[in-house]
Write a protein that binds this ligand. Sequence first.
Ligand SMILES: Nc1nc2c(ncn2[C@@H]2O[C@H](COP(=O)(O)OP(=O)(O)O)[C@@H](O)[C@H]2O)c(=O)[nH]1
Ligand SMILES: [Mg+2]
Length: 319
Amino acid sequence: MNIVEGLIKGDRRALARAISLVENEDSSKNEILKGVYTHTGKAYIIGFTGSPGSGKSSLVDKLVSVIRREGLTVGIVAIDPTSPFTGGAILGDRIRMQEHTEDKDVFIRSMGTRGSLGGLSRATKDAVQLLDAFGKDIVIIETVGVGQSEVDVVKNADTTVVVLTPASGDSVQTIKAGIMEIANIFVVNKSDLPNADRTRTEINLMLDLDNKKKEWRPPIISTISLTSEGIEELWEELKKHRQFLEEGDRLAAIRRERVKREIVDYMEHIIKSRLWEKISGTTLFEKTIEKISQRDLDPISGAEKVLERVNLDNHEFPE
Ligand SMILES: Nc1nc2c(ncn2[C@@H]2O[C@H](COP(=O)(O)OP(=O)(O)O)[C@@H](O)[C@H]2O)c(=O)[nH]1
Ligand SMILES: [Mg+2]
């Protein structure tokens, strides 16, 4: 039985293997992704982002218990690119999510010890598709909200949860604007610590200042993941947001937008590799570089001239 068949039939080992292959950019990657695609689109995808140590893994662990009580199956992709060398975070995630290691309806995968951030965000998207095709009802992405790539990662989610804490240094002002904008739900975790109210107030003020009229105002939920306080409420709000998206055309529109981004990404990728195949090592390319270096030619004209000579494909627009 091949990997795709195994995965679709619910073989966990096939799933694990498939994720490794896409993560390592194996030559079989595209075949696997093509093979599973028609089986995707059923999972609901939730993204968790926030500073390292804000309690995302602990929170997800507790949330999974609540989700499992409803009989739903869960896949988790946890990424922590902030500790690429130690692997410490990943070990920590395993320990924190230990509660579910015996549960065959929960599949946990940690990523992030190798590769570029761009590669990581691609691998995450692929892993989410594999978990979806495997039949997980809910897929959770956990990532660190530090840079553009992490924002890109949660763009693959239907609902995004931003986790903040009252701990010093994690105040609302220090959070990147991009991160605040992608939040559908705010969680103030570690609400057992002092100043949790102040954090809530700051988020509220920020939401008040946002003058763009929005149909969905992100709710703010206080949690203590150590004691599971607020976790049920978080799940209720997640379901509400899902319901909100499923009303009208919202979810379909979000997913269409995602498909558009995906196909453009692939096309750019294909064009780039074809371009490199055609130009690298050629005299035309080398001579052009030389001319530009000598100031006999400018880079813009150089690029135009090279492209004129390179036929990437025929230029007619297909019907
Ligand atoms: N006081 C307190 N500590 C917490 C809470 N949730 C998590 N922690 C602790 O915060 C640390 C980081 O948690 P972790 O889930 O790994 O955070 P992540 O890096 O965001 O995934 C761990 O030591 C947790 O035990 C909470 O609600 N209150
Ligand atoms: Mg974590």
